[in-house]
Design a protein around this ligand. Structure first.
Ligand SMILES: [Mg+2]
Length: 217
């Protein structure tokens, strides 16, 4: 394993969390909404406007996260993987061999996440080192100073230090983000792509002289 550290997000990166909340809202409130006003996951085109999208039905951003967190507390088995869990399992295992890999989440129920991962064949030590919840910590993921982040949250782009790199997991609400060189932001559409890119980066980094310009193509 190298000295490079990798943080992998859960909600919206491994877990189809927003889809679950949207389904829940349609079940709860769908009858009160006209067909064309029903919630549709693909209409959430801006992460920062998730709140605005639901506000028209009286769902505040806090309500949204309360629903999400309640699901993790009460029924984590309802969460699906965004990708085929087998592919995620294979690639996380590879990543954890190459990098010091942690699952890092703002979610308040890391124990339930751990069980959910286990039930899908993703195990502590084999696929990741630790599950870290920052829910009550009052700090950002970037404060933990990982070298690499796999995450769907576009707001991380503006919080990264120059030596951080973000693999932005593509979701409808972050498609407007542009790739850039430093701090490095690269869009990915699967954990397999993340694995391929990170191994390439690591090989480049391993060959760099101390004063080389990082990632210069
Ligand atoms: Mg996320």
């Amino acid at each position: 394993m190298s000295d490079y550290r990798l943080a992998v997000d859960v909600d919206g990166t491994l877990a189809a969390s927003h889809e679950l909340v949207v389904d829940f809202l349609n079940k709860e409130y769908g009858d009160e909404l006209l067909e064309d006003e029903r919630f549709a996951f693909l209409q959430i085109s801006d992460y920062n406007e998730i709140g605005d999208y639901f506000l028209k039905a009286g769902i505040s951003p806090q309500d949204f996260y309360d629903i999400l967190n309640n699901k993790w507390r009460e029924s984590p088995e309802e969460f699906s993987f965004i990708e085929d869990p087998y592919n995620v399992e294979q690639n996380l295992r590879e990543l954890n061999k190459t990098f010091e890999t942690d699952i890092v989440t703002m979610n308040p129920y890391p124990d339930n996440i751990q069980r959910w991962l286990e039930e899908n064949g993703i195990e502590k030590d084999k696929h990741y080192g630790r599950i870290i919840s920052l829910h009550d910590e009052g700090i950002e993921k970037t404060d933990l100073d990982y070298d690499f982040y796999i995450d769907d949250n576009p707001n991380m782009v503006d919080k990264m230090e120059y030596h951080h790199s973000l693999l932005l997991y593509q979701r409808p609400y972050n498609l407007n983000i542009k790739e850039r060189i430093g701090p490095l932001v690269k869009k990915i559409d699967s954990i397999e792509t993340a694995n391929e890119i990170l191994v390439t980066w690591k090989n480049k980094l391993d060959k760099l002289e101390p004063d080389s310009e990082l990632f210069k193509e």
